[in-house]
Write a protein that binds this ligand. Structure first.
Ligand SMILES: *Cc1c(COP(=O)(O)O)cnc(C)c1O
Length: 364
């Protein structure tokens, strides 16, 4: 099918917000509540492949009530950010990794792969069009949400023959309301977000739907987030609903659960592994049994536990609780490795540090 990167035609919004309206939004940033004036999109049909690449006004979609996505949840998404640097330029962090993961998710959900060039072209076209929506305040960025839905009006169960790819953008402040402060985690023993052979390694909306009930229960009990265990043995740590986890040992080794097919391969996770590895820190991708983790936290052989993902970058975990345990991580959680990695990553992302890996990709 198409190999050359398609041009995204710009069809300006007929109702862009005024400067005053935009400033009001940028002055009180939250997460994922406000959206920019435009969205990027393209359509895929079984007969014509990818077509209709364009940027147009952000507006409700017209969708048949029979659209397959509304019934069988054939949907995938991505999440990445555009960062404004001090000189005004705007950059994305490893967007080609998101493009490739979007293709991997598409394969798992029997959806068409979007060419990497189209993925990158769509975010560049949208950011160029809505450049004034990229915040310049400390720690703030423009969150980009590419996604694809099955739009064929058909109730039979088979892959849709029509899909819509869209990118919307939301100016965001720090993800967790409390900022860079330790969060409390409920370890779910009775619910799983993914199982062997399932969709856990894909960025698929249904994985999130499965995590909502345990998340709601945990929040009612006063916890910030849920950590899931492997469905097969219910003994090993996997990840949070939308973040990977790391454990820092007093022996200096940093461990994270291995990618076994049920865990989402985070771009933040792989960047942390790269940074630690080249600093000479021993990193291990392995099983992390909850039992051993709890014992380690209690006897001090585990010094830090943290979660990571694009939205929050890095979040220290201060407390882990489940049906039969409740432990507090050393020093309440925000340890030196956690703090250092947060600084290193955000310095690269915001252009305050060198980028020896070529991770930053200029958008505008
Ligand atoms: C998106 C996501 C992550 C984090 O991935 P990043 O690429 O670092 O943002 C982790 N776990 C799940 C389940 C996710 O959906």
């Amino acid at each position: 099918m198409t190999t050359a990167p398609a041009d995204f035609a710009i069809v300006p919004s007929s109702r862009p917000r005024t400067t005053a309206e935009r400033t009001a939004v940028l002055d009180r940033l939250s997460f994922g509540v406000d959206f920019t004036d435009h969205m990027a999109r393209a359509t895929w049909t079984a007969d014509g492949g990818w077509q209709g690449h364009r940027v147009e006004g952000f507006a409700p979609l017209e969708l048949s009530p029979a659209a397959a996505v509304l019934h069988y949840a054939q949907e995938i998404f991505e999440g990445l950010k555009a960062y404004r640097h001090a000189d005004g330029s705007v950059w994305a962090f490893r967007p080609e990794a998101n493009a490739r993961r979007f293709q991997a998710s598409a394969r798992r959900l029997a959806m068409p792969e979007l060419p990497e060039e189209d993925f990158l072209g769509s975010i560049r076209a949208l950011v160029e069009t809505d450049l004034e929506w990229v915040p310049s305040t400390e720690g703030a960025s423009l969150y980009l949400r590419p996604f694809m839905i099955a739009t064929e009006p058909f109730l039979g169960v088979r892959p849709s023959r029509r899909f819509e790819y869209l990118v919307i953008a939301s100016p965001v402040g720090p993800y967790f309301v409390k900022g860079f402060e330790p969060v409390s985690i409920w370890v779910a023993e009775d619910y799983h977000r993914a199982g062997p052979g399932g969709t856990g390694a894909a960025k698929f909306g249904g994985n999130y739907a499965a995590s909502l009930l345990p998340q709601q229960t945990a929040q009612r009990e006063g916890f910030d987030q849920v950590c899931f265990l492997d469905a097969a043995t219910r003994t090993n740590l996997e990840e949070l609903g939308g973040m990977n986890v790391f454990v820092v040992g007093a022996d200096g080794v940093v461990r994270t659960p291995a990618l076994t097919g049920t865990i989402l391969e985070g771009v933040t996770r792989s960047s942390i592994l790269a940074l630690l590895g080249e600093q000479g820190t021993r990193v291990e991708e392995c099983d992390i049994p909850v039992k051993g983790l709890l014992a380690g936290i209690r006897d001090g052989s585990v010094r830090e536990v943290f979660a990571c993902g694009t939205a929050a970058v890095i979040t220290p975990i201060g407390r882990l609780a489940g049906e039969s345990f409740d432990v507090t991580v050393a020093d309440g959680g925000a340890g030196p490795i956690t703090t250092q990695l947060f600084g290193q990553l955000t310095d690269i992302q915001f252009g305050r540090a060198d980028d020896p890996h070529g991770w930053m990709h200029r958008l505008a």
